[in-house]
Design a protein around this ligand. Structure first.
Ligand code: CUA
Length: 320
């Protein structure tokens, strides 16, 4: 019995930690939401228990009364107490919800960093405003954030409605075409987290993931400075011929805007919006068979020989 209880508790608690969990908050906004979630669970659990005990008590009383043939006494006192308890519980929830909402907008006036994230079927365009030059620095599918600084994420969409959800650092907010929603995030713990598009947006909705890296501010600044740099110039004839119409590699002739910016793609952790790991084999497979790996993706299967695909994969692998 004790063993079964331990196994059950382990299974239940195993869902609480993790890199994509609102129960393991790693930022101010996620903490505010987590506190609200705990409050709601406790209050609603108490109300549930109260209602069930009320029902059990009434049944027990009714049976006893029937057995003794006694007269019907009104339940007035118990009823009033229950109503009072429910009013108190709901008031606690209203106050908790208000406090959580205030915490989410507390940073409204002073974001340290501005980021634009645009949803595409099925990937994320990410642009950072360079605080020094006011230029926008573009990358894709991997969001980097500094610890202890508030980043304002402005969200939009290039096609259909998507939803930005990185539960460890913030709540969830829709990405709507023609509109910029925004969400502030203040991470407090370094690490890799996982975001996921949370609004059904087509056949590859499940393959629209987002790697999120939280770093110390100095490491973040170094990363951003690297992202701002153009790629090291080197010739890659096949890439220039077949890929440059859709992808941009800053510092080269490749200037396409339809797909993700690949200037520093090899420094990312995964490809195709969290679908495959960043390895030479995965790159080659993705370049040759995008429709087999992510059916419906806008990336066409460009006719390439195996040698050409490998050459492109090797070139892309140098874009760090
Ligand atoms: Cu984008 Cu679901």
């Amino acid at each position: 019995m004790a063993r079964a209880a331990i196994i059950l508790a382990t299974l239940l608690l195993a869902g609480c930690a993790g890199n994509q969990s609102p129960l393991d908050p790693a930022g101010d906004q996620a903490c505010a939401l987590h506190r609200l979630l705990v409050l709601m669970t406790v209050v609603c659990g108490a109300v549930y228990a109260l209602v069930l005990s009320g029902v059990a008590w009434s049944l027990w009383r009714a049976r006893r009364r029937m057995a003794s043939g006694g007269d019907d006494k009104p339940l007035d006192r118990g009823l009033w107490m229950t109503a009072g308890a429910i009013v108190v519980a709901l008031s606690v929830l209203i106050v908790g919800s208000f406090v959580a909402d205030r915490a989410l907008v507390a940073t409204r006036d002073d974001p340290a960093l501005l980021v634009r994230v645009t949803g595409h079927q099925w990937w994320w365009r990410i642009e950072y405003r360079d605080p020094g030059t006011d230029r926008w620095i573009e990358t894709a599918n991997e969001l980097h954030l500094p610890i202890g600084r508030t980043t304002r994420v402005a969200l939009g969409s290039a096609d259909v409605i998507h939803s930005f959800w990185v539960p460890n650092v913030a709540g969830k907010i829709d990405m709507i075409p023609g509109r910029r929603n925004q969400i502030d995030v203040t991470p407090r713990r370094a690490g890799w987290f996982r975001g996921q598009c949370a609004e059904f947006c087509g056949t590859q909705h499940a393959h629209m993931a987002l790697d999120v890296r939280v770093d110390a501010p100095a490491d973040f600044d170094r990363w951003l400075a690297t992202q701002a740099r153009p790629a090291a110039p080197q010739a890659q004839a096949v890439f220039a011929q077949r890929c440059a119409a859709c992808h941009r590699v800053r510092g080269t002739q490749a200037a396409g805007r339809a797909g993700p910016d690949l200037t520093h793609v090899a420094a990312r952790r995964s490809i195709a919006a969290g679908t495959l790991p960043m390895t030479r084999g995965a790159l080659q497979g993705w370049i040759q068979q995008p429709q087999a790996l992510k059916p419906g993706t806008s990336m066409p299967a460009v006719p390439l020989s195996a040698a050409e695909a490998l050459a492109v994969a090797d070139y892309v692998g140098t874009l760090r």
